[in-house]
Design a protein around this ligand. Sequence first.
Ligand code: NAI
Ligand code: MG
Length: 492
Amino acid sequence: MNPSDTLSAPLLASGGRMLIGAEWREAVSGKRFPTINPATTEPLAEIAEGDAPDVDLAVQAARQAFEGPWGKMSAAERGKALWRLGDLILKHVDEIARLESLDAGKPIAETTRIDVPLTADVFHYYAGAATKLEGSTIPVSGPYFNYTLREPIGVVGLIVPWNFPLLIASRKVAPALAAGNTVVLKPAEESPLTALRLGELALEAGLPPGVINVVPGFGPTAGAALVAHPGVAGIAFTGETSTGQLIMQNGARTLKKVSLELGGKSANIVLDDADLEAASRAAMMAIFYNKGEVCTAGSRLLVAKGAREPLLEKVIERAAKLVQGDTLDPKTRLGPQISQAQVERIERYVAAGKKEGARLVLGGERAKVGDGRGYFWKPTIFDGVRNDMTIAREEIFGPVLSVIEVESFDDAIARANESMYGLAAAIWTSDVKKAHRAARALQAGTVWINTYNLYDAASPYGGTKASGFGRETGMAGLDFYTQTKSVWVDLG
Ligand code: NAI
Ligand code: MG
């Protein structure tokens, strides 16, 4: 028995091995890597470390399932299997939430109420979608009948990050499977536990072996091998913009289809006719929810002159009250950043903010929680930020808010769009016309009006510009995982 099994046994019945077909296996290399609890920096488990040979085995297993039991199953049967998986996730909500909280530094109150139930929603939504994927009949010229089939693309590689490890994985796994594909899932090296748990539950739900394969490992090895593999038809990726660029480049050799959900620097606009009470609550959560490790984080608060002072006062007051602590404590609202690397990244950006003349009005340093070893950062707010400052241009991915004053509605829209990113945006106003004009004018995949950070399994989500392309969730989330075949019949 591997000594590290003792460590992982209480967390995963499968003992930190990877899932290939029906088998829980060690890596071909025999290597394992630790995953830690970012709240304490203690190791949680040793996980099998996948690389190219493991990816190759996983792709073979996925191909067999695609050509075999999964490919032969009716859409209704696939839908039922996905529904059972959704039910199993709900049945184990507390246990899965605990795993996610420990591994990714997320407060248990959030994983229990948000991450895990929303993951189940995604499986239930796509369970129903499997039988709604329809082709069409086309009025072509001549004595011919022409119709289309929407077919799966094959084996799909799914590469996911550590901020919503299970939820982001589900938004790729569920539509891929609903459409009849099979998958190889590579979780982030920082947070592999819930992906492996999903693999256990998939087998329990009766999904044929090989439909979901889980290969944990690092980006430049396991991730890159998946992108390079000629047997993989497409890669659905969420993560950093520069990694997305690399995936496009490396995928070009085998003409991979790619779907990219990348970074953001989302603008949250508050006009002076807004409900400032509601806007301040949302502005605070928009940046501090999940310690700012959210692709759609409202990291730029664009406030009309007249509203700036009262709004900022309320946001500071609320942010200062956020409870930082043990992620398993139900009172905790702000967990640790995922890693030392992320803390250092935040440190660099906070230094840049000060150097470029922004006014630090809250936080700006590490928070001491428990014995002080965890990666906690204090909620941080910079006032007097200009849109051309580094902290307003680049994705920090931490609890750092930039407050930018705007002159008018038009100025707000212009400043919001003056960004390489285009993931999400929000506007707070009581003027219906302005709200809907903004919805059209904002360059973003999602626009929220008098609200922030709403998601639903039924609603499409994705970015524009450097935030990527492709849509997840909703019926649009099936497009990437299907291809259209045109069929002609001679009637003459
Ligand atoms: P990353 O983009 O490097 O990692 C995301 C996933 O991609 C992980 O599973 C990783 O193993 C994989 N990966 C990395 N390099 C790869 C490669 N060459 N080929 C294939 N797969 C590869 O993000 P990272 O380094 O963990 O975080 C750095 C920054 O990225 C964060 O500070 C944040 O700004 C941004 N980020 C944005 C996310 C978003 O959802 N918008 C999510 C995660 C990170
Ligand atoms: Mg990386």
